[in-house]
Design a protein around this ligand. Sequence first.
Ligand code: AMP
Length: 114
Amino acid sequence: MADNIFAKIIAKQIPAQIVFEDDRALAFRDINPQAPVHILVLPKKAIANVGAAVTGDEALLGHLLTVAAQIARNEGIDSTGYRLVVNKGRDAGESVPHLHVHLLGGRSLNWPPG
Ligand code: AMP
């Protein structure tokens, strides 16, 4: 198992505020929220970042988006809108080497991002 904080959350070795789980994905609230709704959606498979996804991961990557959209409906932000963000590498500010989709909403979000 990869030794990073998200792998430990998936393994239930450390706690998180989980809002969704199935056999392929886990979603929990970001510990340092940047919006009223800030949830991270992860594959349970250890994929370090989007650049490390391989042929065969397509359905899993798509699943993360449909899970994020379902969570957005559950959180009541579907009608007001939301943003999905995947950071990859230093310039994007990626800090945890396990692929994750940020779901941000509940306030007006600036564009372009900083
Ligand atoms: P990124 O910068 O795209 O790699 O995003 C990593 C995110 O993980 C940040 O928004 C952190 O606030 C969040 N984070 C780090 N540790 C935890 C944790 N233990 N529980 C929930 N979110 C976390």
